[in-house]
Write a protein that binds this ligand. Sequence first.
Ligand code: G6P
Ligand code: MG
Length: 216
Amino acid sequence: MKPACIFDLDGVIVDTAKYHYLAWKRLANSLGFDFTEHDNEQLKGVSRIESLKLILHLGGKELDAAEFDAALVRKNGWYLEYIQQIGPEEILPGAAEFLSSVREQGMKVALGSASKNAVLILERIQLLDQFDAIVDGNKVSKAKPDPEVFLKAAEELAVPVSDCIVFEDAVAGVQAARNAGMKVVGIGSAVVLDQAHFVLPNFAGLSVADVLARFA
Ligand code: G6P
Ligand code: MG
């Protein structure tokens, strides 16, 4: 069977990771503490609820249930405000070209993202029709590094896990792919994503043959 590709969204296909960071930083600041880009690495790929728990832990702050829910709503409101204007120009270098060459090879493509805003973003960047399956934060109950999101994607594609190649920019996402028993290509820093099989800065100039050769 031909391998399938499963792509994370934020920070892999589209440059939204910076907007998540800005919205979380704004929330942390409003609660009276700071939140650095270094701390943000722990949040990448992590669901909205788990992210807030981590931030509160980092800031040494406790919220009651109502305040916690209100903070989630505020963060998402700011995030939606930041991404209101996004379009295809925010697709990361080479990602759209790589996606279409994967499809031209007859390989299946899925999205495996923790985001509940995934479909909205894919519509805005005009890539929604490039996916055979979309598994997002509305379909899973366990946050990365739990493998649920990727296992569901493999199931929806009807491809065995050993034939799935995941593309991830987050430490938690690389771990989730590993926990699913899949191959994983890190997108970003090789130092941060040292658990990936190999790491690339982005998709620019990348061919499907290059990736398959690395796993041959
Ligand atoms: C992605 C991002 C995370 C984000 C999560 C939930 O995995 O990497 O930074 O917290 O999705 O996104 P959402 O859009 O549902 O808040
Ligand atoms: Mg990501």
